[in-house]
Write a protein that binds this ligand. Sequence first.
Ligand SMILES: Cc1cc2nc3c(=O)[nH]c(=O)nc-3n(C[C@H](O)[C@H](O)[C@H](O)COP(=O)(O)O)c2cc1C
Length: 280
Amino acid sequence: MKNRIEKDSIKTRKSIRTYTGGKLSASDRNQILDYINHAENRFGFHGNQIKIQLIEVDEMISDKIGTYGIIKNAPAFLVVSCKNSRDVLFDCGYVVERMVLYLEQNGLGTCWLGGTFHRAKLVEKITLLPDEIIPIILPVGYGEKKRSLSDKMIRSLAKGDSRLAFDELFFSENFMQKINDPDLRGILELVRLAPSASNKQPWRILMDANGDAHFYLKRTSKYAGAIGYDIQWLDMGISAAHYEIACGSNEFFVQTSKAGKEFDSLEYVISVKVDSAKSR
Ligand SMILES: Cc1cc2nc3c(=O)[nH]c(=O)nc-3n(C[C@H](O)[C@H](O)[C@H](O)COP(=O)(O)O)c2cc1C
């Protein structure tokens, strides 16, 4: 069984870039290791297993791993590695966001880092197979209440606190129609809070008459290939993790009639059926 993730962690999570510098306590270290060593926590919908390694660092190294000094005083990093394909990246987004929320519910701050870190400084510290990449690392530790100047700057640049309007993201039956059902709006509001690379929020969800959710990617053009992997597929996996946590248990499936079809610049990614017998 995977570890359980509480919905509240979605509401309280924010990217933490400034840490107190305090080392991980023995119990927190063990909790992190137990989580990442539990294989089920690292499997995504497509069946790919994502590798996550914990590396504790001294102060000298810590601030240099996150480039431009945006990460301050992190006592440790979680280094994520996987193969470089879309399905794997989707699973990676799903697996890592569940871990982020699990850590949040246990009082540990993190920040997804996709672009702004020194891969070279890490590769020597971890085991990486020839066909694997490190799409993401995350500092992990105790968030400092007073944020650094560079932290404030990056939050305001990425507009970290804002999200697109609900009705620009989620639709009922066609891409012209709003969602009116208040319960469904409540569930999707938790998807709206998902983190995404540069806060681009590329996920669009179309709910059909059966209650199935169809996930589409509205791609930001400059990202395509800019950092050697399709970072927005991580974002899609993250949004699916939020949807699953928000409505309880779900069954993921790819609808073959939609797969491969683009709809008005939207790329179909995946569908999710709510398993009402199991959902909370
Ligand atoms: C895939 C991915 C990559 C990210 N890469 C970076 C990064 O390189 N540097 C950074 O400071 N933040 C990065 N972020 C954090 C986002 O900027 C942040 O999630 C977004 O602005 C929303 O803010 P919030 O997480 O506080 O809600 C990344 C987030 C995701 C999901």
